[in-house]
Design a protein around this ligand. Sequence first.
Ligand SMILES: C[S@@+](CC[C@H](N)C(=O)[O-])C[C@H]1O[C@@H](n2cnc3c(N)ncnc32)[C@H](O)[C@@H]1O
Length: 267
Amino acid sequence: MSFSAAWLGLREPYDLRARNAAVIDAVVAALAGRPSVTIVDLASGTGSTFRALRPRIKARQSWRLADNNLSLLARAPQSSLPDTHVTTMPIDLNHDLEAALDGPVDLVTTSALLDLVSDEWLQRLAVETAARRLPIYAALSYDGRIEMTPADAADKKIIAAVNKHQRTDKGFGPALGPGAAQKAVERFERVGYSVVQGPSDWVFAPTDREIQIEILSGWAAAAREMGDMPLPDVAGWLTRRRDLVTGERSSIRVGHVDFFARPTGTR
Ligand SMILES: C[S@@+](CC[C@H](N)C(=O)[O-])C[C@H]1O[C@@H](n2cnc3c(N)ncnc32)[C@H](O)[C@@H]1O
């Protein structure tokens, strides 16, 4: 599955607004007092989590941005900011997760990744971070909640198809999709971590037309791919929804969860 820089750029301001402030506060508090920190961002894309977190951390920062998409890494931030060093790490995290975590690391971060991974990979992430006693900040895991206003008779079937599609293989085995956030919290608690979590829902107002159109088109494509609905029903739904967006009469909320998990009694 490939993600375009254009799509990541479109969603980043909404992600930034959605990130749970209490969870970020917990991350910042855990790093307080250190003169320098080394952070590995898994599946960094162009560096959304770097941009969200860097201004909040009052220490010299060394960031390693790990992703398998060279075109996204090429758009990652440079090390020209004060007290900040950035390197990119082209890596397939399905095969080489352990290599991304190796070396001196103080914090692991990720965003919009955990819903793409399998339970097996998540378990591996929990075990590998626990073995290194690393805290992890995981933002923006989709949790299966979608609310569209005004409602349409076909919404329920479309949402069911989207959630089914979310569980298909995205390169890490059968994806956790809407179950990712809850499962991740469970997995980290089971390896002895304490977890701070909170909602980080996308909230699109009627004026947020571009991202709504993009998302609705993606959902229609997912429903088409799943094949559980007649194509004319999917097309009709998309037409009605697009008309609402164009007329600035559509609002959408998409549920996400952020969490910060840290080994208890540590670091
Ligand atoms: C939804 S995007 C999120 C990107 C970024 N964290 C953000 O929030 O903008 C998912 C990211 O996972 C990366 N990815 C997917 N499969 C991967 C793999 N096997 N190894 C490394 N990165 C992968 C993609 O290239 C993409 O950058």
